[in-house]
Write a protein that binds this ligand. Structure first.
Ligand code: B12
Length: 346
C-alpha cells in the first residue's frame, strides 16, 4: 500500500526483466490488480484536482506500460485522452519534460502494438495515439543538444529508448544515435551515472534494449563478454570533502520574501550540507525536512511548508539564479555560490 503507482509499476517491470532461464515463477495477477487500482486512483485524483495526478505523468506512463506488458486492464480511449501532448503534465515550469514524454511514448507504443495485434482498438483511438506519438517524438527531438544529448544527461537514456521504438515516426536523418551514445560513454567515465537510479535509466539504451523488452523471455544476464562500455575507473565519483572551509550564501524564498544567511562549509560539500548548516545556525528560518528517494534526498518541507502535487507546488533548488539539474544530495557547491530554495509551482 505504501508504494506509489509508478513504484509498483517499476517493481513489476523489474520482476519481469529478471525472469531467468530457470524461471522463478511469480504470480503477477495480484500485483497487476493492485496496479490497476492505483492507476484508477491517479485518474480519480486528476478528475478531482484540476487534472493533477497523485504523482506525475512519468508515473502514469510507467503504470500504462506495465499494465500493457503484463495484461492488465485499462481504458484505451482514456489513455488516448489523457496522454494528449498539449497536457500541462508534460511540462514543469513550462519546460517540456523529455523524461516524462519518453516514458509516455514507450507506453503509447506498447498500447498501440498490443491492441492492434488483438484488433481491440478502434480507428479513432488508433489515429489519436499515432498523432500523440508523432508530436511527442517531434518535441523530444527539438530538445536535442549540440553534443547529441536529448534534454539533459539524465533524460537521454529514456529518450533513446523512445526513439528506438518509434523509428516509423521520424526521419532517419533527424537523429544520429552514435553521437548521443558517444557523449553518454564519455560522461560515464566522468562519473555521471554513479547513482544507481541514473545508471538504471541509461543502461537499457546502451544495451540496445527498451522497457518494452522486459517481458520477453530473456535472462537477467546478457551473453557475457559483449558488454564492455568503459574499462576506465570513473574519476572521483563522490566529491572529496577537504578540511578547508568555503563561504556560500543561502536563501529561503517564499513569494517575495527572502531570508538570507552566509554559511561556512567544508570545500566539496553538497547543497544539503549547506541547508543543514543553515538549519543549525537558525532553526526558525532554515528548518527543513528531506525524504530519501531513488535519486537521493528530496526536499519535502522548508519552514514547515510542504510540497503538494495537487497544487503542483515544490521546493525548487537554484544556484546563482539558475534552476539546478541536480538534487540537494549531489550538487557540489562552490565558494561564493548564491544558493536558493524557492517555494515554486511547476
Ligand atoms: C516528476 C519529477 C519531479 C516532480 C516531483 C513531484 C511529482 N509531481 O511527482 C517535481 C517537478 C516537483 C520535481 C522536482 C525536482 N526535480 Co525532478 N523529476 C521528476 C521525474 C520527471 C519523474 C520522477 C518519478 O516520478 N519517478 C518514478 C518514481 C516511481 O520513482 P520515485 O523515486 O518514487 O520518484 C520520486 C523521486 O524521483 C522524487 N523526485 C523528483 N525529482 C527529484 C529530484 C531529486 C534530485 C530527488 C532527490 C528526488 C526527486 O519525486 C518522485 C515522486 O515522489 C524525473 C525524471 C527521471 N528521469 O527520473 C525528474 C528528475 C528526477 N528530477 C530532477 C531534478 C534535478 C529535480 C529538482 C532538483 C529540480 C530543481 N532544481 O529544483 C527538483 C527537486 C528539488 C527538491 N525539492 O529536492 C532530475 C534529477 C537529476 C539528478 N542527477 O539528480 C531528473 C532526473 C530530471 C532530469 N532529467 O534532469 N521533479
Amino acid at each position: 500500500p505504501s508504494l506509489t503507482s509508478g513504484q509498483l509499476a517499476l517493481a513489476i517491470l523489474a520482476l519481469g526483466a529478471c525472469k531467468g532461464p530457470d524461471g522463478i515463477s511469480i504470480n503477477y495477477s495480484e500485483l497487476v490488480g493492485d496496479l490497476e487500482n492505483k492507476f484508477q486512483a491517479e485518474i480519480k485524483n486528476m478528475e478531482d484536482h484540476d487534472g493533477n495526478p497523485l504523482t506525475s505523468y512519468y508515473q502514469l506512463s510507467l503504470d500504462v506500460l506495465a499494465l500493457c506488458l503484463f495484461s492488465g486492464n485499462y481504458s484505451i480511449p482514456k489513455v488516448a485522452e489523457i496522454f494528449k501532448p498539449g497536457n500541462k503534465n508534460y511540462y514543469f515550469h513550462e519546460q517540456f519534460s523529455v523524461d516524462t514524454s519518453a516514458m509516455a511514448v514507450l507506453a503509447l507504443i506498447c498500447v498501440r502494438s498490443k491492441t492492434r495485434e488483438q484488433n481491440q482498438i478502434d480507428t479513432k483511438d488508433l489515429n489519436n495515439i499515432d498523432n500523440h506519438i508523432k508530436l511527442l517524438i517531434r518535441k523530444i527531438l527539438s530538445q536535442k543538444t549540440k553534443n547529441g544529448l536529448l534534454g539533459n544527461i539524465d533524460s537521454t537514456g529514456e529518450a533513446m529508448q523512445a526513439l528506438f521504438v518509434s523509428s516509423n515516426y521520424y526521419n532517419k536523418n533527424q537523429w544520429v544515435c552514435q553521437k548521443t551514445r558517444d557523449t553518454v560513454l564519455t560522461d560515464i567515465s566522468q562519473g555521471a551515472f554513479h547513482m544507481p537510479t541514473a545508471a538504471a535509466q541509461i543502461l537499457p539504451a546502451l544495451m540496445g534494449k527498451t522497457y518494452l523488452d522486459v517481458n520477453k523471455d530473456s535472462s537477467c544476464v546478457y551473453g557475457s563478454g559483449n558488454f564492455n562500455i568503459s574499462t576506465q575507473d570513473p574519476i572521483s565519483v563522490t566529491p572529496a570533502v577537504s578540511a578547508s572551509q568555503i563561504k556560500v550564501n543561502y536563501s529561503v524564498v517564499i513569494n517575495n520574501a527572502k531570508d538570507r544567511i552566509v554559511v561556512s562549509v567544508a570545500d566539496g560539500s553538497v547543497f544539503l550540507n549547506v541547508m543543514e548548516q543553515a538549519q543549525k545556525e537558525n532553526a526558525t528560518l532554515f528548518s527543513f525536512t528531506a525524504e530519501e528517494t531513488s535519486w537521493g534526498p528530496y526536499i519535502t518541507t522548508v519552514r514547515g511548508i510542504k510540497a503538494n502535487t495537487n497544487d503542483r507546488t515544490y521546493w525548487e533548488l537554484l544556484s546563482n539564479g539558475e534552476h539546478l539539474s541536480k538534487g540537494a544530495g549531489s550538487y557540489v557547491v562552490r565558494a561564493g555560490d548564491d544558493l536558493e530554495v524557492r517555494w515554486s509551482t511547476y
